[in-house]
Every structure is written in structure tokens, then in C-alpha cells.
Design a protein around this ligand. Structure first.
Ligand SMILES: *Cc1c(COP(=O)(O)O)cnc(C)c1O
Length: 433
């Protein structure tokens, strides 16, 4: 049998890079222990929800056609409702991605003349077209739904005065994005989301508070619906799918909100009654079962990367010591070469498509070239080890996922080796020049 360092050497990772990583890891024991504790708590939460809802072997089978009386689908929705402590949930493969889930929640709960408001600044890129911030066919704007936005204060705090002023008679729904996404603002903790909702409902009790929960599920022991959110919305090819769900999205929330979404997803009159689950249910159940530990692995990867690159002298966000509220890690390399070397390192560590070398390309919808590393079992899944970066200043790379920590570790060590081979990191582990 060969030893571990030889195993790493077979991936082109030197003994020096490996032991640099080991040193960093030994300083992270307490952080990792806390993450394991959260995962343990959430694992029990998931199992309890499944037991309470009496998940049975029959639930793992699917239906075809109209999908009437799909016991597995209906039970899974109860499991989500139980887990999020909500009245109801919609969890479907017919919800194609996170953007679709969010668009569905918005379009089904807003009516012409209503106003949508974001009290936490600009929403995720793809929502700009849903809302109509960037003109788009079928946007909320086309249906006469207006949009208001209050930015966070420069220190990341809520602009309470601005929010009070922006809430008006027509404000029907408030959208709160938990994760920073690809911005530099801090990610919101569930506690802070609760404070914000409390403030908003104090002014306008009937307003619907929706949380874009993407990348946030299971990072903490509570979810936004535990602190007053009327709806939590997310993608199954991120945290809650546990890497196994091949498609899907969810909306967990108040009965009326979920009902509206169901009538919009299928048809008025049909709602939740139709929608065959085909063969995906067992992966939805098993993915949810794995999600707490998968999320923990991704978090450990993010923290490991932050500490490695911080030590070398690159700016990292969040920093190595900060509390985590989502799984995204940004590292600023300050040069295109750094971004490219990092992404190529992630790709080289993949099980699928490890032999391809990602290159920057002109991706539709972006104002600069973008490079993406994704060797995933589920196409585009960002709970799997993945990274991407726009080729423009400040030359930052956004890194997330890792279904297992050993894989995340391999990927991160491979990025470091790559940066070193290219002379971007010196042999004594400093930022070059
Ligand atoms: C990923 C993401 C979305 C959109 O999800 P897609 O599945 O890519 O459509 C929306 N909001 C946030 C915060 C996200 O991270």
C-alpha cells in the first residue's frame, strides 16, 4: 500500500503543499467540530421529519402521466413543511432551478398594481430579468408589478429609515436574499433576517416576507421560516438536494403562498394535485437525508480555502475566522492568471471531466469573459466542488461546494499547487511580488 502523501503526489501535489495544508487544517479543528455539531443537529432534524411524516418504501417510487395521488411527492412536501416548520411546501422536479422557484413564488403571490421590495439591495443577477430591472419578456414589470429597493448601509447594516420610507400601500411582498451570492456584502445570518422581518411586519403586518434561501440551507440549525419568513425558496441542485437530486426546487411556507405557487406552476384548478414525480423521488429523499453532512463538507472546504489563501496573502471573503451563513468563498487574486490557475486546479480534481482544461469565454449575459470549473455528476450543480470567476478586476474567484471534505481538500490543494507551478505563489508560500 502507498502512503497518503504518495497518493497526493500522484495528483501532482508536492509534499510541501500537502504539509502546508496539514498545518492549516490542524488549526481548524475547533471550527470543524462546531460544523460537525450543526450537521449532527440538522441530521436529526431531517430524520425526525421523515419519521413524523411516515416516509415508507412506497414513497420512493414515482408516478407518470398526471401524477394523481403521488404519495411519495405529497409526503416529501410534508417532510419539507415539517423541516421548515411551515404550513405547506411545494417540492417538484417541474421547478427547473433556483431562479424558477423564486420567479414562481413571486409571480404567483403578486398581482398587477402590487409592489415588490428588496430591503437588502440588488438581488441575484438572474432575478433582475424576473423583476424587470433589466427589461425582459414576461417580467413582473410587464404585468404592472413595480419594484422598490433599499440598499444595505456601507457597513452592511439595514437601512431601517430607508425601509420604513419604501414600504407603501402597494408593497405586497418583500424579498430577502440570505446569501451574498456573488456580491461583496455580508451574508445574512438567520437571526439578522429575523430582526429585519420583525421590523418590516411591525410597520406592515400583512406584507409577505420571502427569503431566497439558496446556499443557506443547513448552514445553521434554524431556517428563515423559524424567524417569521412566510416563504423560504431554494434550489435542489444546491444544499437541500445533497448532491443527489438531479433537478428541482422548493417553496416552503404559508399555506396560501404555497397554494398560489402550485396553481401557477401547474394550472388554476389543478394546483398540487398534478405533477408526476417520474423517477426522481428516491434521490430527493436520499439527497435531503445527506444534505446536512454534505453542507458541512462544503463549509469545511470554504473555511480551509479561506485560511490557506489568507495565510499566503490574498484577500479572502469571508475571512478565515468569520462565522459562516452560506457556503460561498471568494478569493481575490488580482490577476487573470490567478483566477485561471485556481479554476483549472478545481477542474483537475474532479471525478467527471477532470481531463478538460477550462478557459475564459464570452458567456451570454456577462460583461466580461468568465471561467468556470465544474466537473459534476449533476450538470451545473454548485453543491458539488465548483468555482467560477469573471476575468475583470479585482480578479476574484468564487468557490463553493464539495460533496465530501476529502474531495474539497484535494481540489484546494490542487489549486495551490497550480498557483505555485505558475509562479503566482512563491516556494515559501507567499504571494509573488
Ligand atoms: C443560485 C442562486 C440563485 C439562482 O439559482 P439557479 O438555480 O442558478 O437558477 C438565486 N439566488 C441565489 C442567492 C443563488 O445563490
Amino acid at each position: 500500500m502507498i502512503d497518503l502523501t504518495t497518493q497526493y503526489e500522484q495528483f501532482g501535489i508536492s509534499k510541501e503543499v500537502y504539509s502546508f495544508g496539514e498545518n492549516i487544517l490542524s488549526s481548524l479543528k475547533e471550527r470543524f467540530r462546531q460544523i460537525d455539531e450543526t450537521a449532527e443537529y440538522n441530521q436529526l432534524k431531517v430524520i425526525r421529519a421523515m419519521q413524523e411524516c411516515r416516509v415508507s418504501e412506497a414513497c420512493l417510487l414515482g408516478t407518470t402521466g398526471y401524477g394523481y395521488s403521488d404519495v411519495g411527492r405529497d409526503t416529501l412536501e410534508q417532510v419539507y413543511a415539517s423541516l421548515f416548520h411551515t404550513e405547506d411546501a411545494l417540492v417538484r422536479p417541474q421547478i427547473t432551478c433556483g431562479t424558477h422557484a423564486l420567479a414562481l413564488a413571486l409571480m404567483s403571490n403578486l398581482r398587477p398594481g402590487d409592489e415588490l421590495m428588496s430591503p437588502v439591495g440588488k438581488p441575484y443577477d438572474t432575478l433582475e430579468e424576473v423583476i424587470g430591472i433589466r427589461p425582459s419578456k414576461g417580467s413582473l414589470a410587464e404585468y404592472g408589478i413595480t419594484y422598490g429597493q433599499v440598499d444595505l448601509l456601507p457597513d452592511g447594516g439595514f437601512d431601517y429609515d430607508g425601509i420604513r420610507a419604501a414600504l407603501n400601500d402597494r408593497t405586497r411582498l418583500v424579498t430577502i436574499q440570505r446569501s451574498k451570492g456573488y456580491q461583496t456584502r455580508p451574508t445574512l445570518s438567520v437571526e439578522r433576517i429575523g430582526e429585519l422581518i420583525h421590523f418590516i411586519k411591525g410597520i406592515k403586518p400583512d406584507v409577505i416576507c420571502m427569503v431566497d434561501n439558496c446556499y443557506g440551507e443547513f448552514v445553521e440549525t434554524i431556517e428563515p421560516t423559524d424567524v417569521g419568513a412566510d416563504m423560504a425558496v431554494g434550489s435542489l441542485i444546491k444544499n437541500p438536494g445533497g448532491g443527489l437530486a438531479p433537478i428541482g426546487g422548493y417553496i416552503a411556507g404559508k399555506k396560501e403562498c404555497v397554494e398560489n405557487a402550485a396553481y401557477r406552476l401547474t394550472s388554476p384548478g389543478l394546483g398540487k394535485e398534478v405533477g408526476a414525480s417520474l423517477g426522481v423521488l428516491s434521490s430527493f429523499y436520499e439527497g435531503l437525508f445527506l444534505a446536512p453532512t454534505v453542507t458541512a463538507n462544503a463549509l469545511k472546504g470554504a473555511i480551509f480555502a479561506a485560511n490557506i489563501y489568507e495565510k499566503i496573502g490574498f484577500s479572502v471573503f469571508p475571512d478565515g475566522a468569520q462565522d459562516r451563513h452560506d457556503i460561498i468563498q471568494a478569493v481575490t487574486f488580482g490577476s487573470p492568471d490567478g483566477v485561471i490557475a485556481f479554476c483549472q486546479g478545481i477542474q483537475a480534481a474532479a471525478s467527471v471531466d477532470s481531463f478538460v482544461t477550462p478557459q475564459p469565454w464570452d458567456m451570454p449575459g456577462y460583461d466580461s469573459q468568465v471561467i468556470m470549473a465544474a466537473g459534476a455528476f449533476v450538470s451545473g450543480s454548485s453543491i458539488e466542488l465548483s468555482a467560477d470567476g469573471p476575468i475583470k478586476p479585482p480578479y476574484a474567484v468564487y468557490f463553493q461546494g464539495g460533496l465530501t471534505f476529502p474531495h474539497a481538500k484535494l481540489g484546494i490543494l490542487k489549486t495551490l499547487q497550480n498557483l505555485m507551478d505558475k509562479g503566482i505563489v512563491t516556494a515559501d508560500f507567499h504571494r509573488a511580488k
